[in-house]
Ligand binder design. Structure first.
Ligand SMILES: Cc1cc2nc3c(=O)[nH]c(=O)nc-3n(C[C@H](O)[C@H](O)[C@H](O)COP(=O)(O)O)c2cc1C
Length: 188
């Protein structure tokens, strides 16, 4: 189905830190399943989400380069953690930390991707928002190669690769980490 892009309102949806937003896609990123919290927060009916590409939730403030890195990791069978600002059907937004699971068939071919999202803590959003703002500005002026080069420069300056940067910043710790791994096991 085709859905008109919602206009962002600038209003943030407050997520329940104890709940997970889970979705499953095919290898092209088409949604095949979402849990109840996914439908509740996105504001779409399950029937609208299932069968739609995952960019149905894409917020225009998200730089392209983050999705480029996401897909480069996933297609190569590597997990990635990402901080994502998503757009709900009513134009409100919510910030999440997303972690993935890659599902393969018996021959080892990738069949599905599972995404597990938890509310992004405030300090994570405060740190990532200005960086995303810069990446987006660069993409508007130039292209994604330029934002990728900037991101690489930023990471080099901080002596890290993307995975280390995002894990240091956003990886759930302590109880939240236990909760996260339990949730992933439930969907294993
Ligand atoms: C399992 C999985 C979950 C995804 N979750 C999101 C998401 O929550 N929000 C989002 O904007 N894109 C998500 N994506 C990425 C989208 O497929 C897409 O690359 C992104 O929205 C950018 O779309 P565009 O290149 O058409 O602008 C997800 C992809 C996969 C494989």
């Amino acid at each position: 189905m085709s859905v008109l892009r919602p206009v962002p309102t600038g209003n943030e949806i407050k997520l329940n830190a104890k709940q997970f937003i889970v979705s499953k896609t095919d290898t092209t990123g088409k949604i095949v399943y979402g849990n109840d919290y996914f439908t509740e927060i996105s504001g779409y009916k399950e029937s609208e989400l299932v069968g739609s590409p995952h960019n149905i939730l894409r917020h225009p403030d998200m730089p392209k380069v983050i999705f480029y890195l996401m897909w480069e990791h996933l297609k190569n069978g590597r997990n990635i953690m990402a901080v994502v600002k998503n757009l709900a059907k009513n134009g409100n937004h919510y910030w999440v930390v997303t972690d993935f699971d890659i599902k393969r068939d018996q021959s080892g071919n990738i069949r599905h991707y599972l995404a597990f999202r938890q509310a992004a803590p405030k300090h994570v959003v405060s740190e990532i928002e200005p960086l995303y703002g810069k990446l987006l500005e660069i993409e508007k002026e130039h292209d994604m190669d330029a934002s990728l080069a900037y991101l690489q420069g930023f990471l080099e300056e901080n002596n890290m690769n993307y995975d280390q940067f995002i894990e240091d910043l956003a990886k759930p710790k302590g109880l939240a980490a236990m909760f996260f791994s339990k949730m992933k096991k439930m969907f294993a």
